[in-house]
Structure formats: C-alpha cells, structure tokens
Write a protein that binds this ligand. Sequence first.
Ligand code: NAI
Length: 483
Amino acid sequence: MSFDHKVKDLSLAEAGRHQLRLAEHEMPGLMALREEYGASQPLKGAKIAGSLHMTVQTAVLIETLTALGAEVRWASCNIYSTQDEAAAAVVVGPNGTVDDPQGVPVFAWKGETLPEYWECTNEILTWPNGDGPNMILDDGGDATMLVHKGREWEAAGQVPPTTDEDPEEFQVFKELVRETLKSDPQKWTKISEGIQGVTEETTTGVHRLYELAKTGDLLFPAINVNDSVTKSKFDNKYGIRHSLPDGINRATDVLMGGKVAVVCGYGDVGKGAAEALRGQGSRVIVTEIDPICALQAAMDGYQVARLEDVLGEGDIFITTTGNFDIITADHMQRMKDKAIVGNIGHFDNEIDMAGLAKVPGITKTEIKPQVHEWTLAATDGQPAKSIIVLSEGRLLNLGNATGHPSFVMSNSFANQTIAQIELFTKPGDYEKQVYVLPKHLDEKVARLHLPALGVELTELTKEQAEYIGVDVAGPYKPEHYRY
Ligand code: NAI
C-alpha cells in the first residue's frame, strides 16, 4: 500500500512503536473503547482530518479511530510539538514496515516552519482524488479556521491583501489560502459542504467555535470536548501539573525550589501550573483579572498580585491565560537577570516575542533547540542582562517536553472518540451549534479509568438515589454542577 505522508524519518518507527505499546497500557479509556466498538465499526465511512499535537498519546488516539473503522489524515497543531518517532510509527502502522508502510498519512515533524505548518494543515483537508474529509478533529481550531476563512474569502472573490498589521502567522496563512484558490477556486466550498462536524480539544479552539456560532457563521455542528469535565478538569489541570515542570526541567534544569514563580491566569491550566510549581518548592505568585479565580488563588494560599509589581521579583514567569499580550517586551526588560519566561496557553501571542525581537541592541543566543537567551544591552544605570525564553513563546510543555502523560490524555481522547462517534453516527441530531457531550458519557469516561487505579466506587442504594433525586446508574449531578 502506498500513500502520501511527510514525517522526519520513518526509521524511527520501531522506537515509536515501543513507546506506543507502553502508552496503550496507560490509556485504558481508549483501549476499552476499542474493545467496546471494535466489532461494530461505528466510524466506518468516517474520513477524519486530525489537527492535534502528533505525540505518542495522539498516536494511540489515531489507531483507536482507525480500529473503529475511520480513515484518518493527521497533522500537528503546533510547529514544535511533534514526537518524530510517534509520527513515524503511525505512518508505518502496527503491521507495516519502513519499506512498506501500512498505517495512516501523517504530515508532521518537530520544528516545522510556519509555511510548512499551514501546508501540513492543508494536506489533512486535501484527500486523494480531489476529495475532502467528512469530519474534523481539531485542537485550537486551525483546521476549522482554514475551512471557514477559505470559504469566506472564496465567496468574497479574494483573500484580503496582507498588511503590516497582520501577525506573521496570519500573513503566512493568507498566502496559503491564496495558493489553494489558484489551483481550485471552489476548493473550500466543496470541502466545507462535505464536513459533518468537528470535535474540538482545547479552550482556545472552543472559544473560536462559540464566536462562529454566535454570528451564525459556523458551517457544521461542533462538539466542545474541552468542557467535558473529564477533559478540562483533568488534562488542563493534572496534565499541566505534570508537563509544566517536565518542560522547565528539560529546557533549563534549574532548581525550582526556593524560586519565585509567577503564574499568569488561574483557570484550569493555571491551577495545575501553580500547584506543580508549589510542589517543587517555588513561592508562587498568581495574576488574574477574574475576581472569582483571584479569590480561589488567594484561598489556595497564593499571593495574588499585578504582574507590573512583581517583575523584579520573579525567577520564572508562566502564562496560562489563552489571552494575548500578557507579558510584553517592556515587562521582559524589567525582569531579573536570567529570569525564565514561558507560555503554556495555546497560542504564542501571550508573550510579545515580536516586540522583544525589536528591542534596540537585543541579541538572541540559542542555548539548545527551543531554549533561547535574549541578552539586553547595558543602558544608563542598568548592566547588561539576559532572560531565557522557552519554545519561542509557544506552549512549552509540548515544545520543551512531550506534553501530558498518557493516562490523563486517555480521558481527553476517550471524549474525542465518543464525540466523533456521536457526530458521525447521528448527523440529524445536531444543528450548526456547539454542544458538549451529555453527562452520562462524561461519567462513562471517568468510569473507564477507575479500575486501572484500583478505585472502588460506592454504589447508591435505590432509596439513597431517590433521596437525592438521581438514578442509581447516574448521571449523579445536575448540568449546572461545577465540580
Ligand atoms: P481558563 O479560561 O480556565 O483560564 C484562563 C484564565 O486566565 C482565566 O481564569 C482568565 O480569567 C485568566 N486571564 C485572562 N486574561 C488574563 C490576564 N490579562 N491576566 C491574568 N489572567 C488572565 O482556560 P484554561 O482551560 O486554563 O486554558 C488556558 C489556555 O491553555 C488556553 O489557551 C488553552 O487552550 C490552553 N491549554 C493548553 C494546554 C497545554 O497542554 N499546554 C492544555 C489545556 C489547555
């Protein structure tokens, strides 16, 4: 079988396969879904375009989707997050060889350029024989954005001219859409009409979907996977608690104990970040704009301050907001010598990297890939000093380390798999809106993970269930319950 793909090096497949095998053991949710649905093949006929960090855990997701009958094409949703051995293993497949790959077309490698990134995203939406996908599985919304903007600009008859105001990433994106329209002026209309739905992984992508739904511009139904409780209250929190210190350690090996760490944002990701840094012995300061989250941080024992007031105090600064311009070039110039700056929110605009590069006299030294020292020239009264920026301001847990561990991703990806089955098998049940999975499925995902941890669940008696007004089999909480 021959198929198109673009990964770093297929000879890494064996190393990747060993890691996949171990990850499968730690992903009981996905393995249980293979067991439950393997025979009935609910995703037969599904053609899924996946844009999500091409890690070992994602490889287990991809092979779960194919085990349920789907055809898949995959790209990463970040230029630094691919694990090249995982990408190779997925292309070769469990039964293929390097010379005769039998797996899935993957277009991803660690260290893509921006044009390459968008070409890879275009590849997953461009199926053989001029066809397109009928499902999208997205993380951050870039694949969904390409279809929506492509169609919008196609209808307008042109891609808007590039301006100096456009961030570099958007300029590259516009160029790609221009190119695609040269070869097929109807490309995005045709592709969008074939898509039954999208399942979205993360807070930032979900935010984009609700914006599209609000203006009536959403082209197909969407399931917000992020807001399954077993996703955002686990991956965003416990996943970050693991992968943030992993990224800082692999990048810098600096001792976190005794240092002052500033965490910007105290949502789910910020909570996991602050807990991890405190666990390493850092004194953690939180910044927030939301009084509820600020109060939570204070009650959890953290100092809550404004970033401007603690710039000279912090040794480590981590952004977790999903917002932009959180740490500006001016902020970075006022930090201590050798302060570490990193972002763990979805996009790289939380830290103003473009502004930093424009500071007069600044120089950049690569310490190693994805770790850069930015040296500021001496000014009146201020000696020369430097700051260390991780992953060029992109999410550092995937750029400097390998992202979240398998067990927590099994929860997220079990939600993804169930959401794909929902949208693909019940097209009539969903309008062009954004939905979350029903609570009984959320509880199912949690339940699938209990045996592996030796959890013994207490069972309600019929009388107890009646007393609190629930069914013995669940759901156990009303929709408005916040966990
Ligand atoms: P969230 O909405 O729960 O938390 C974000 C928090 O930042 C909110 O409490 C908000 O009030 C606060 N915030 C917004 N602007 C701020 C500002 N100017 N200063 C201080 N605080 C501010 O979102 P969640 O789920 O924590 O996700 C945050 C980001 O992390 C998103 O971009 C999401 O996509 C991404 N993410 C990254 C993961 C990774 O592996 N690196 C995993 C999961 C999510």
